[in-house]
Write a protein that binds this ligand. Structure first.
Ligand code: F6P
Length: 358
């Protein structure tokens, strides 16, 4: 019997999406030959809601290993809106279920991050045969040691920190680098260590400005005329960490900044007298070709997902645990975030190195 397999990519793009799609397709064709048909759903769940899809064939999956972004297109369709009928009158959940049947799908593969996994779980609970694949530069998906896209972003962010070293030392400046990662500090912690940042600030460990200043002054006293701060976009200080999100956001707006990195860049020269600059690499961290590590991980994840389809194992997401590719129930993953914890090895490394974590 033929199986029709739908693939979609949702949420922010990242390197390795196409390599994963390729891994899924090549392994499906290899194992199931003409008894499999692949359907590409355009622009994430939006494509399923609007029945926007394309029939795909073997040749569509060539030359994808090194290609950044996603050939299927992506969109953010927030999970919290999935059950809400908005002004357009579209019942998104009903449409997704109807279109799954209309397209004749036997399985749906959802490549995405935390939001995607919540919707994938919802669809699975509604009776669809769903498999998740963990994508994100934030590395914050519960139950997997690593997500594809993360290590490429670490490589890019590390290069940013490397390059900033030369200008920081030439100008004897403090350089604040704001790194992505949403509400988690994985990307900042890894690239901060790899790039030799002096101070690493992450959302999981609210910072105290006094400690930041102390670290800079200690470097200065030891003859180092510059300092590099790797600051995660989701950071806040101790005082803000005790406030409601709405309140600290309002306070920041009043003070003329949105993110901790901007605030630190404003405050440091006033406190220390050192010239300070902010660098925000932004979406560059998600762009371009995947690293060798991510190409391998994407191929491992993709081919494993193909095996799950062949064996009719649904309601799960692919993961890596202790170097082995496994699957986790969607119900265990959806709605959870993998945070950096105090017992994480790289936190111990940072402390052993004498780095300031604020
Ligand atoms: O989840 C990936 C990510 O790049 C986060 O690190 C960042 O906070 C967010 O997406 C940015 O979203 P957008 O591309 O919608 O601006």
């Amino acid at each position: 019997m033929k199986k029709r397999v739908g693939i979609l990519t949702a949420g922010g793009d990242c390197p390795g999406l196409n390599a994963t799609i390729r891994g899924v397709a090549k392994a499906l064709y290899q194992r199931m030959e003409s008894s499999v048909e692949i359907v590409g759903i355009r622009n994430g769940f939006s494509g399923l809601i609007h029945c926007d899809y394309m029939e795909m064939e073997d040749s569509d999956f060539s030359n994808l290993l090194t290609r950044g972004g996603t050939i299927l297109g992506t969109a953010r369709t927030p999970f919290k809106m999935m059950r809400v009928v908005e002004e357009d009158g579209i019942d998104k959940l009903a449409n997704m279920k109807n279109n799954y049947a209309k397209i004749g799908l036997d399985a749906l593969l959802c490549l995405g991050g935390n939001g995607t996994h919540k919707t994938a779980h919802l669809l699975s609970e509604e009776g669809l045969n769903v498999i998740g694949l963990p994508k994100t530069i934030d590395n914050d998906i519960w139950g997997t040691d690593v997500t594809f896209g993360f290590h490429t972003a670490v490589d890019i962010a590390t290069e940013v920190i490397d390059r900033i070293h030369t200008t920081a030392s030439s100008h004897h400046r403090i350089m604040v680098i704001e790194l992505m990662g949403n509400k988690t500090g994985w990307l900042t912690l890894y690239s901060g260590i790899a790039g030799g940042a002096d101070i690493i600030l992450i959302p999981e460990m609210p910072y105290d400005m006094n400690n930041v200043v102390k670290a800079i002054e200690a470097r200065n006293a030891s003859g180092k005329s510059f300092s590099i701060l790797a600051v995660a976009e989701g950071c806040f200080d101790l005082e803000e960490s005790r406030m409601k999100r709405k309140d600290w956001m309002e306070q920041r707006k009043k003070n003329g900044y949105t993110n901790a990195s901007e605030r630190i860049t404003l405050e440091l020269p006033q406190i220390t007298g050192f010239e300070t600059r902010l660098a925000v690499p932004g979406h560059i961290q998600r762009g371009g070709t995947p690293s060798a590590y991510d190409r391998i991980l994407a191929t491992q994840f993709g081919t494993y997902a193909a095996q799950l389809v062949e064996n009719d194992q649904y309601g799960v997401t692919v993961a890596m645990k202790n170097n082995l590719i496994v699957s986790n129930p969607l119900g265990e993953v959806a709605g959870k975030t993998k945070l950096v914890t105090e017992d994480c090895d790289l936190i111990s490394v940072a402390r052993r190195m004498g780095l300031s974590l604020g």
